[in-house]
Ligand binder design. Structure first.
Ligand SMILES: C[S@@+](CC[C@H](N)C(=O)[O-])C[C@H]1O[C@@H](n2cnc3c(N)ncnc32)[C@H](O)[C@@H]1O
Length: 447
């Protein structure tokens, strides 16, 4: 029954899902034949059911006997195996073959956190990940010395130049693993700050942005325009060096980088995901702000109440949330190989993407899971703020006599461009712990 020669990832998902489905609800639906993007199925009269697969990405299929629209258009039978979807209706539910067609909407995502060392991502398959957003431990920043020395005991801080290179050689192993698991055309976003440090009486900067960029060029990636994250400090003691006397004072570092790389050419799988891509659109006014190369975002709360270390080193939710909107579509899998307190997982849940996080520090993982499970109010607020900001933008634009030409029926609001007409913002309504041992897994549901 499930033997068409198709993409192996899709086949695994489907086989697993079909087996579970048939075991739990016999005769509800028989899958007759499938191709990567289409199903033909037989459904007994008056039945409804669901097909669920627990490994991300989830396949979630609900069949409901509703009034079918007619005629079936070719494009509407395109569906995604790679994400959650449900059918709105099927034609001829009286025991005959019928074609399911899908109104694509994400109903569930899965979030997995591995307690392991991301220099080996052996749990992940080739091409499984669509986007990487991460912030590694920063080489030559004191807070991370011990973790780098754990990864390579030869790192000797009395030899600063060697130490910097040796630390990056450990990060290189993670970048190589990312390269293996990332889909062709997938994007990598790396938040990194350059270290400034005096060692052996000598002060200098250690340009991690340059070193990481070199590595990605070596891996054959396209370097895309980077973002400067400006996080201005107001502390009066922030200036370093010889006070008011030239020439030996140093410029204060008040920015970090978000380096952006693409693996190869543009993603080919998006050709078949036109509908999901439209529903993943962002607002015109968000585009104007997010695609600027300078982001003024305040840093996030750093103190950790529990856990082994005192500082979380977390990046702001808004930073990673924007990157996910900009560089992935709903249902994609976002990977963070240094997931820490789970900001990437949180922003993925808010964005209706699945996520995989990897973290070496077991103590932090407990905190992270608690944080994620208690996040529904924050996630709903993110959605409401976007809708509210859009409504303010529209009123303001109309009051200035400018045109807001199109209408988005899903959010019942005017929008500036045609590309925003299918934009939807899923509301997170549930978070459930699926597994609390390694790997920890939770699912998010939406309406
Ligand atoms: C800069 S923090 C990331 C913080 C995260 N972005 C957040 O918002 O909480 C880096 C994290 O990587 C973890 N880490 C360091 N080396 C690792 C490795 N080899 N494998 C997995 N995690 C690692 C650290 O324990 C730390 O939690």
């Amino acid at each position: 029954m499930v033997n068409d020669p198709i993409n192996p990832i899709a086949r695994n998902i489907l086989q697993f899902g079909v087996k579970r489905f048939l075991a739990s609800t016999p005769n509800m639906m028989t899958l007759m034949r499938y191709e990567p993007m289409r199903f033909t199925a037989k459904v007994p009269a008056g039945k409804s059911g669901k097909l669920v697969c627990t490994h991300p990405p989830i396949v979630y299929l609900r069949i409901a006997p509703m009034n079918p629209p007619s005629p079936i258009s070719k494009s509407s039978i395109t569906c995604e195996l790679a994400f959650s979807f449900y059918t709105d209706c099927g034609r001829n539910l009286l025991g005959n073959d019928f074609i399911l067609w899908f109104l694509i909407r994400v109903v569930k995502t899965v979030h997995t956190i591995f307690h392991s060392d991301s220099r080996s991502l052996s749990e992940l398959d080739v091409g499984e990940v669509h986007l990487v957003v991460t912030s590694p431990p920063y080489p030559m920043i004191e807070m991370w010395d011990s973790i780098f020395q754990l990864m390579n005991p030869d790192i000797d801080l009395t030899l600063p130049s060697d130490a910097f290179e040796l630390m990056h050689m450990e990060l290189d192993k993670v970048w190589e693993e990312i390269d293996r698991v990332l889909i062709d055309g997938g994007i990598v976003c790396i938040n990194i700050g350059n270290a400034t440090r005096s060692l052996n009486g000598s002060f200098r900067m250690y340009p991690s942005n340059v070193r990481i960029t070199q590595k990605f060029i070596e891996l054959g990636y396209s370097v895309l325009p980077e973002i400067i994250w400006r996080k201005q400090s107001t502390a009066p003691n922030k200036f370093m060096g010889s006070g008011m006397l030239p020439p030996n004072a140093y410029v204060t570092q008040e920015h970090e980088y978000i380096l952006i790389f693409r693996k190869g050419e543009l993603r080919e799988d998006l050709e078949d995901k036109k509908q999901i891509r439209r529903s993943s659109a962002y607002f015109w006014e968000e585009r104007n702000m997010w695609f600027s190369d300078l982001w003024n975002l305040v840093g996030t709360q750093q103190s950790l109440e529990k856990g082994g270390r005192k500082r979380s080193a977390a990046y702001p939710f808004e930073l990673v949330y924007r990157l996910i909107q900009m560089f992935s579509v709903k249902g994609d899998i976002v990977l963070d190989p240094f997931v820490g307190t789970g900001t990437t997982s949180l922003a993925s849940i808010a964005s209706a993407r699945s996520s995989i996080g990897v973290e070496l520090d077991q103590d932090i993982i407990g905190l992270t899971i608690d944080r994620l499970l208690s996040s529904i109010p924050k996630l709903q607020q993110t959605r409401e703020s976007r809708l509210k900001n859009h409504s303010i933008f529209v009123s303001d634009r109309i009051s200035k006599g400018k045109v807001v030409k199109y209408h988005n029926e899903h959010i019942d609001s005017p929008v500036v461009t045609k590309q925003e007409k299918e934009l939807t913002l899923e509301k997170v309504v549930g978070l459930e712990l699926l597994q609390d041992s390694n790997p920890c897994m939770l699912s998010a549901s939406y309406e």
